[in-house]
Write a protein that binds this ligand. Structure first.
Ligand SMILES: *[C@@H]1O[C@H](CO)[C@@H](O)[C@H](O)[C@H]1NC(C)=O
Ligand SMILES: *[C@@H]1O[C@H](CO)[C@@H](O)[C@H](O)[C@H]1NC(C)=O
Length: 442
């Protein structure tokens, strides 16, 4: 092939049968500093057009591919039900009538639902109905009875009239104090969506995202920007890890802010067990299931893993077993197998707070202030060793000591040190709902 560089350009440029030759030719021409002739001009023009076409196709695919989850069909079905008066909700108005929520940006898809992102909210649409629509017509008494039975089945004997009122009051969208068929049906669909049910129960708690509109079984809630809570060393790619051993700690908020977040996590563990007459468990307590809001509040991002004692029982508690390993529903819900009765117990072996302390060890202990580090470390170790039994007996003594240490470090901060907090709590409360109510009345 030595002959090539010696060829005069005119010879080479007539060799245009194949792409390879053409490229070779141009390459040689550059070397030989030949003049561009007409044929080459044609080649350049052709290449330019090809590039333009490719860019155009990429843009087209990107635009159309925005709806990667093929949600248009599901959206149409949702709006059809809305127009037929089977379902209702403030979100329906925005999606179907106002069309202000385009549902283009699909974040994730599972076998049962699609999640979209719209501004600061996530919108989750169910692919299949979780439950049959209610018979039409249905009287208010019958419906209330059904809801009551539903709550009893899922939460056991609840002694909280507020909870019952909150659930029933949730879908009175036109605020007329009555429930029409679409409203009852919407609530019925939503209650059977497990994640939503948990969200609704814990709506007043800072560690749960806020609901921001519903439409049938679809619902919107706060998008939590920083999740997971942090990266474990083992999550970091080994090459990065080698050159920057502490890479996973670079992006963390300041220690004081993490202390504030940690207090929220510790409070969450008591909220789960003490809010109602029934206990709730988080069957998968790990750093990836939490996030941090812009106002430095720890938030649960994986609601699927939160279950009431009753729900856990229905999904297999008290089942026959030979080994502890047969009684596990995720790390937070590992029960023991009772050797005498050969059934799974219905209390997890480790309390939620001990898992939270696993997280705190990674998240706040390593750079905690020197004056409290020693005590802090010993308390964290004790907290991690808690079993459900000694946690029940000592009842929060150790977690409360940890909270005190953290609190002592942040209590003297100026009021607005986590600035966005104030602004958001004003925005969050009531605004979206009121707006929706007004819209519907028109
Ligand atoms: C709630 O949704 C509306 C649009 O439907 C949006 O304008 C608003 O920012 C959302 N609120 C929050 C707190 O995300
Ligand atoms: C709780 O009980 C377990 C097992 O009996 C024990 O190993 C652990 O040290 C106890 N933890 C505390 C804080 O008492």
């Amino acid at each position: 092939m030595k002959i090539y560089p010696k060829m005069p350009c005119s010879t080479v440029s007539s060799w245009k049968q194949s792409k390879v030759n053409r490229q070779l030719c141009r390459f040689l021409k550059k070397i030989n500093k030949c003049k561009v002739n007409r044929d080459d001009l044609f080649v350049y023009l052709f290449m330019l057009i090809t590039i333009v076409v490719i860019v155009f196709i990429i843009i087209l695919v990107w635009r159309l591919g925005g709806d990667r989850c093929n949600g248009q069909r599901i959206k149409q079905a949702l709006c059809k039900e809305y127009n037929n008066g089977v379902i209702t909700g403030d979100l329906c108005y925005s999606i179907c009538i106002e069309k202000s929520i385009p549902l283009h940006y699909c974040v994730s898809e599972t076998h049962s639902d699609i999640t979209y992102r719209h501004e600061e909210s996530l919108i989750k649409i169910q692919k299949y109905p979780a439950v049959e629509t209610l018979p039409y017509p249905i009287s208010l008494e019958t419906f209330q009875d059904k809801v009551f039975q539903f709550l009893q089945y899922n939460l056991g004997e609840i002694d909280s009239p507020q909870l019952f009122d909150r659930v029933l009051g949730f879908t009175d969208f036109n605020a007329n104090g009555e429930m029409n068929y679409a409203e009852s049906n919407t609530l019925w669909q939503l209650l059977h969506t497990r994640e939503f049910f948990i969200l609704l129960i814990f709506q007043d708690e800072a560690s749960f995202p806020k609901i921001n509109g519903t439409c049938g079984s679809a619902y919107a809630y706060d998008y939590i920007p920083s999740s997971p809570l942090y990266q474990k060393k083992s999550d970091v790619n080994p090459v990065m890890q080698y050159f920057f051993p502490n890479y996973n700690q670079w992006m963390l908020p300041s220690w004081e802010k993490r202390a504030q977040i940690a207090i929220g996590l510790l409070e969450l563990s008591s909220i789960l067990t003490e809010s109602f007459s029934t206990k709730f468990y988080m069957c998968d307590i790990k750093h990836t299931n939490f996030g941090v809001s812009t106002d430095f509040e720890a938030k649960v991002v994986n609601l699927e893993s939160v279950m009431s004692e009753q729900q856990l029982l229905h999904s297999g508690g008290k089942k026959r077993c030979y080994f502890d390993s047969e009684c596990s529903y995720g790390i937070g819900c590992s029960m023991s197998c009772d050797v005498n009765s050969r059934t799974c117990s219905n209390v997890p072996r480790r309390p939620a707070v001990s898992f939270i302390c696993d997280i705190l060890r990674d998240y706040v202990l390593f750079d905690s202030p020197e004056d409290c580090k020693f005590l802090f470390e010993s308390l964290i170790s004790q907290c991690q060793s808690l079993t459900s039994l000694n946690h029940t007996i000592s009842h929060n003594v150790i977690p409360n000591k940890i909270k005190d240490i953290l609190w002592n470090q942040v209590k003297n901060k100026p009021v607005d040190w986590l600035k966005p907090r104030k602004k958001r709590s004003v925005v969050q409360k009531n605004v979206p709902l009121k707006k929706a109510k007004k819209k519907l009345r028109v």
